[in-house]
Design a protein around this ligand. Structure first.
Ligand code: NAD
Length: 310
């Protein structure tokens, strides 16, 4: 049966996710879109003239849609969409609405928005559902969704059906907020694997070794990782990786720095001992402010280490 769905935030991730959604929703469905960038909403609705409609505020989205996705950069933007503006989602009744936030933000903001939604509209439900897979995964609908609910949640089948239109793997992470916990732990780990791979490759190269041979050794030894095999930080090792194309495309260093910082905060609050947190955060912060690295793929850490100066 046809659905009225809302999508807020049509950026690098949101735009292709919303495009998959609008083409795969049941016939007769409509996607109501909003972004602070008018250009983004206009481009989207021009591409899908009969199945989408542009809205002038989150409130207008809430007036039309029963299911609402958000995909915005940070916690402050999620709060703005929901609460911190006169035309936020919560300025309208959200009775029985299904609200799904796919942004990568801190667990505290997500939990406070969850509580505000429940206080305002007890019959509405709010879920954290951050993603992994990057812009390519968003375009190809192969994203992994980390969903803040349990598999026994009565809404899980509905959520699974909807998220399957944009992704391949949907993991119910256990309860509210655990989708974000999983996402931040994943990015903490992958940021450090990238950095460790860049450092190790740099050691080998400075000792005179051919980086392609070194990567071949890693690939069949204990340093093996997806980063090493597919996203190697050293230019020329993986022909399709951003590093071999001037670090263009991929996952921006500023986003990795943001996620790493959120993970370190979460770790501190949880009382986790982290030996690598300070060093990692210093590296990612400095690199994301360095004009040679800013706006480039996060594997540009190899350049930050001086790896390409040999
Ligand atoms: P982006 O900056 O490309 O897009 C964000 C969009 O949100 C923009 O179009 C912006 O205009 C819009 N926006 C900002 N504030 C808004 C508001 N108050 N109301 C409505 N729209 C607003 O960012 P992105 O790369 O699409 O990332 C979105 C989220 O997904 C982030 O939390 C990011 O960490 C996460 N993420 C990104 C990637 C990636 O590869 N880019 C991968 C996984 C997760």
């Amino acid at each position: 049966k046809s659905l009225n769905v809302g999508f807020i935030g049509l950026g690098a991730m949101g735009y292709p996710m919303a495009s998959n959604l609008v083409t795969k929703l049941p016939q007769g469905s409509k996607l109501y879109v909003f972004d602070v960038s008018k250009l983004a909403t206009e481009t989207f609705t021009k591409s899908h003239p009969t199945s989408s409609e542009s809205c002038d505020s989150p409130r207008t989205v809430a007036e039309h849609a029963n299911i609402i996705f958000t995909m915005v950069p940070e916690g402050s933007h999620v709060r703005s969409v929901y609460l911190d503006q006169p035309n936020g989602l919560l300025s309208h009744h959200l009775q029985s609405r299904l609200l799904i936030d796919c942004s990568t933000i801190d667990c505290e903001t997500s939990s406070s928005v969850h509580d505000e939604v429940k206080r305002h509209s007890p019959s509405a439900s709010f879920y954290d559902a951050p993603v992994s897979g990057g812009t390519l995964g968003a375009e190809k609908a192969t994203l992994t969704f980390m969903l803040g609910c349990s598999e026994t949640d009565e809404t899980f089948p509905t959520l699974h059906g909807l998220l399957s239109l944009m992704g391949k793997t949907i993991v119910a992470c256990g309860g509210p907020g655990f989708g974000l916990t999983a996402k931040l732990c994943n990015n903490y780990c992958s940021a450090l694997i990238s950095l460790a791979t860049a450092e190790a490759m740099n050691i080998g190269m400075r000792s005179g070794m051919d980086p392609r041979l070194l990567a071949r050794v890693f690939a069949s030894s204990t340093a093996q990782s997806t980063i090493c095999d597919k996203w190697n930080p050293v230019p020329g090792v993986c022909p399709d990786a951003p590093s071999s194309h001037g670090y263009q495309g991929g996952f921006k260093i500023q986003l990795m720095k943001k996620d790493f910082g959120l993970a370190v905060e979460a770790g501190k609050k949880a009382g986790a001992k982290m030996l690598l947190a300070d060093a990692g955060l210093k590296g990612y912060t400095e690199a994301s402010e360095d004009p040679r690295c800013r706006d480039l793929d996060s594997r540009v850490m190899f350049r930050y280490l001086g790896g390409d100066e040999q």
